[in-house]
Design a protein around this ligand. Structure first.
Ligand SMILES: [Fe+2]
Length: 284
């Protein structure tokens, strides 16, 4: 991830070009499962968001998922929903396969000279309002072998940048604007936050013809739910050295909390430097 001045401030923050078919596959999946509609209900201005720090299991089309809202220090109405067991996880993996994600694994594996890769944790995230994002890293101390990829599915393209990136020395902040068909990808200790946003209300802005007139605060588009939604895919070259670090970063139901052997058994299952038959499960 390089800024206008040509500088890179976070050595483990990247942009990754995606196959064009991935966006449609993931959008259609989120729509068919009922996930997009769920987010519209959770994120509408007068809707019913979860209380911060709560979660519940939810059935989407016969698959077990978990819906969560992080604690209040996130200062946003972002929610996460992720497969709650391996059956639901594998169903999501098949959609990534249909969208051409195998070639993304190949590119990342080759770029970082990894031995193998697994897509080990998946979710959809949605947000419509954020006061001030909580600075955090998604992955720590993997040996530059694991990353969280954020794949934009619904963007508000006229709004400001969505992702705040803090420099590795924590002295500089840059703002990244999401684009369709490009993932942002953060790895070891890459500090970042959701940038401030408010898609539900029109902030007061000066008109172009006078210097002082402002428009009153109004609900945008007559109150239609305006939100941002993305898929997130954690990918990693899982090893005995990094598996516990990878598990510590996760708060969802799958992969099973604290179960290192479960992840190790699936190491290199979706891409392998030495075995071209390792691929994502194909659609049924
Ligand atoms: Fe994050």
């Amino acid at each position: 991830m390089v800024w206008e001045d040509g500088k890179q401030i976070s050595k483990n923050a990247f942009c990754v070009d995606l196959p064009k078919e991935l966006l449609k596959e993931l959008r259609d999946y989120a729509d068919q499962m009922g996930i997009t509609d769920m987010y519209r209900r959770l994120l509408v201005a007068d809707g019913q968001p979860l209380l911060p720090g709560t979660e519940y299991k939810k059935d989407f089309q016969g698959y077990n998922w978990m819906v969560q809202r992080p604690k209040s220090h996130w200062a946003s109405n972002m929610h996460w929903t992720s497969p709650a067991d391996e059956t639901a996880h594998d169903d999501y993996l098949r959609v990534l396969s249909a969208g051409g994600f195998d070639e993304v694994l190949e590119k990342v594996g080759a770029y970082f000279n990894l031995e193998g890769l697994s897509a080990y944790h998946l979710s959809f995230i949605g947000v419509s309002h954020c006061e001030k994002g909580f600075i955090h890293a998604d992955v720590n101390d993997s040996g530059r072998k694991a990353f969280n990829m954020i794949i934009p599915l619904i963007l508000q393209e006229d709004e400001g940048p969505e992702l705040e990136i803090l420099s590795d020395d924590e002295t500089l902040t840059q703002y990244y604007k999401y684009k369709y068909n490009v993932a942002s990808m953060v790895g070891d200790n890459a500090l970042h936050a959701t940038a401030s946003c408010d898609y539900q209300t029109q902030s007061s802005k000066p008109t172009t013809t006078t210097t002082t007139t402002t428009t009153p605060t109004t609900i945008k588009n007559g109150g239609e739910t305006i939100m941002r939604m993305a898929a997130t895919v954690y990918i990693g070259d899982i090893t005995p050295e990094n598996v516990n670090h990878l598990l510590m970063s996760l708060t969802q139901a799958y992969p099973p909390v604290g179960n290192a052997q479960h992840l190790l058994d699936r190491a290199g299952s979706h891409w392998s430097k030495s075995n071209p038959s390792k691929k994502l499960p194909v659609p049924i």
